[in-house]
Design a protein around this ligand. Structure first.
Ligand code: GUN
Length: 284
């Protein structure tokens, strides 16, 4: 029997745990604070930001969304970030991506104080992750962290497993490969130029699909009994589908995450967890 991993339920459990922790921070004299900057009117970004704000408020995190039109200059955006870096009530700063083309994403992400970088995108934080340093004070990207939490809470052992990650983005593929490596998996990182991808994926005890292409991983590319984690969120004919051909993969997998309701809710829960970590680091 294939176990369907209920990311929505697990994320709810994490948020409930965090809510209790926030009470403790409030008693100490200051609740955690998260500020999200949203530039432009990308509808997917607006939805994600709404979910983030809702989750923060529900947990008791002081949350603020700064909305700007896509006419904002890079200079003005950098000034806003400088103000948030200096604001002691703000523990976490998140700039929702993508940014308009006239703004250099790299410059903006590097302007965020690494100690407030709850997205884990600053090169100081990715550097700490990639070199295995400073676990207590570094920030790791939320989707990769969410994947690890799903595995751990399902009692799935990572150590010694053959993990195959499909997709080499800075947001998911690369960081999740490092998190798995740190937990002693043997990791293969595949991408669009990988030759004979199916041969690689069929060897995976743990298959992470993060390519951003609808149903790219066919059912027959999955090893019998494998753990399949589908990170994709693709809209096809008005319906959300993952990067994995779900029914075919489910017939072979030991565990599988659905889309929606798998990894997606975990990303937001782990953003909240990172915000509490930032609050812990900053003190009252
Ligand atoms: N856009 C899509 N995913 C993300 C994310 O995880 N963080 C931010 N800041 N923007 C995104």
């Amino acid at each position: 029997m294939t176990k369907i991993i209920d990311g929505k339920a697990i994320a709810g459990q994490i948020r409930a745990e965090l809510k209790k922790e926030v009470t403790h921070f409030k008693e100490e004299g200051r609740e955690p604070g998260l500020t999200v900057i949203l530039v432009g009117d990308n509808s997917a970004s607006q939805t994600y930001v709404k979910f983030k704000e809702r989750a923060a408020t529900e947990i008791g995190i002081r949350s603020e969304v700064i909305k700007k039109t896509d006419e904002i200059s890079q200079e003005e955006l950098l000034q806003i970030i400088a103000g948030l870096n200096a604001d002691r009530k703000v523990d976490g700063i998140l700039v929702q991506l993508p940014l308009p083309a006239h703004i250099d994403q790299k410059v903006v992400l590097e302007a965020i104080d690494p100690a407030k970088d709850v997205d884990g995108f600053h090169p100081i934080n990715t550097g700490r992750l990639f070199s295995g340093q400073d676990q207590e004070r570094r920030f790791e990207a939320c989707t990769p962290l969410g994947i690890i939490e799903l595995l751990e809470r399902e009692g799935i052992e990572i150590k010694g497993k053959k993990a195959v990650v499909v997709g080499r983005s800075n947001i998911v593929g690369k960081p999740v490969a490092h998190l798995l490596l740190e937990r002693h998996a043997t990791v293969t990182l595949c991408h669009s130029r990988t030759k004979d991808l199916a041969r690689e994926t069929r060897q995976a005890d743990l298959l992470i699909a993060a390519v951003g292409r609808a149903q790219f991983i066919a059912g027959d590319m999955v090893k019998e009994g494998a753990v399949v984690i589908d990170v994709g969120i693709n809209r096809v004919d008005g319906k959300l589908v993952g990067d994995v051909e779900y029914e075919g993969a489910k017939a072979r997998a030991g565990y599988i995450t659905p889309v929606p309701g798998g990894v997606g809710p975990m990303t937001i829960a782990l953003l909240m967890k990172n915000t509490l970590k930032a609050r812990k680091i900053h003190g009252v």
